[in-house]
Structures are given as structure tokens and as C-alpha cells.
Design a protein around this ligand. Structure first.
Ligand code: OFO
Length: 183
């Protein structure tokens, strides 16, 4: 069935809408990937990392919903993405956090590309909306980098992994203690 356009006029361009829908898909797959990592950590005995990742997965869904509402309110159509290719098994806890760091850098690059696009076409409304994501990515990249650093700082031998698992949860808690009202 042909899409019913309730409001014909809008400032959001089709290209921007498509880019935002791509970002929606990226946030949805982040949420799914982190949920899968949480499951692996929980069944492997890294309970604190699992807790951190369950929270992180919820946050990514919150990011997706933020974009969902923005696109629809701006006169576009947010599309529920297909989620495929989720990895279920990891070789180590370090691999989990290295994967997160790489993924968050990719998300930062993607957000920056959309901000750049908005700047080029003078869509300052969407650019302003995306500022929240720019700041959020700075924080998420920092947390992921700190988590990866723990493996070298503490070392993985003996009680090392147990200590790292504990430290990861407090990394997430201290980073979010000042985020009143954040999704
Ligand atoms: Fe960490 O990806 Fe959302 O923004």
C-alpha cells in the first residue's frame, strides 16, 4: 500500500531521512550485539561485565528510539531494521571489549558523516539534534578505551580477569553517575 503522507511539507530531505534510518539500523545492531555479548559474559562467569553490557544494550536501544522519534516528528518515516549477523561466541573477555571499542569508533564516524552532511545542506535543526550523539559517542569511546586498557594495566593472570571484570562495572557506573535523564 502507498504510504499516506499526512503532512506534505517538511524541511527534512529524503537523503537525510535515509541517513538517519541507516543510523537507526546501526544503533539497533549495537543493542543486539551488546545483548549477545552480555549473554556470553553471563554464561562464562563474567557477571559484572554482563551487567555492564545488559545496561549498554538498553542504552543503545534508547539511542535508536531517540532517532525514531526525531525522524517521525520531522515528517519522515522511521523504519524498524532487520538485524542479522550477530556474533554469539567470543574467545576472551578482552576480545569482547576490543570489539566494542572498534564498533564505537565506527558509530562515531557514522554520526560525524551525518553531521557533516547536515552542515553541507544547512540542515541545522538535525545537526543540533545530533549534537547529543556527538557528545554521547565521546563518552562511549572513552569508556570502551578504558575497558581495553584494563587488560594491560591489571594483567590477565591469576586474579587479574576477576579484578578486570569488577573494574569494568564500576567504569560504567562512574561514567553514568552524572547522566541525569539520559536514555
Ligand atoms: Fe554507542 O552507539 Fe549509540 O550512539
Amino acid at each position: 500500500m502507498e504510504r499516506q503522507q499526512v503532512t506534505a511539507k517538511r524541511s527534512l530531505t529524503q537523503e537525510t531521512e535515509d541517513l538517519l534510518n541507516k543510523q537507526i539500523a546501526m544503533e539497533a545492531s549495537s543493542s543486539a550485539a551488546y545483548l549477545s555479548m552480555a549473554s556470553w559474559c553471563e554464561m562464562t562467569g563474567y557477571e559484572n561485565s554482563a551487567q555492564f553490557l545488559y545496561m549498554h544494550s538498553d542504552e543503545e536501544r534508547g539511542h535508536m528510539l531517540k532517532l525514531f522519534h526525531y525522524v517521525n516528528e520531522a515528517g519522515g518515516h522511521s523504519l524498524q531494521p532487520e538485524i542479522t549477523g550477530i556474533k554469539h561466541n567470543y574467545n576472551s573477555l578482552r576480545e569482547v571489549f576490543e570489539t566494542i571499542l572498534e564498533h564505537e569508533i565506527a558509530v562515531t564516524n557514522s554520526i560525524n558523516e551525518i553531521v557533516n552532511h547536515c552542515y553541507q545542506i544547512k540542515d541545522f535543526t538535525t545537526m543540533n539534534f545530533l549534537n547529543w550523539f556527538v557528545e554521547e559517542q565521546r563518552e562511549e569511546e572513552t569508556i570502551a578505551r578504558r575497558a581495553v586498557e584494563l587488560f594491560d594495566l591489571i594483567g590477565e593472570d591469576g586474579v587479574g580477569l576477576w579484578t578486570i571484570d569488577k573494574a569494568i562495572l564500576s567504569l560504567g557506573e562512574s561514567a553514568h553517575s552524572g547522566d541525569a535523564g539520559e536514555e
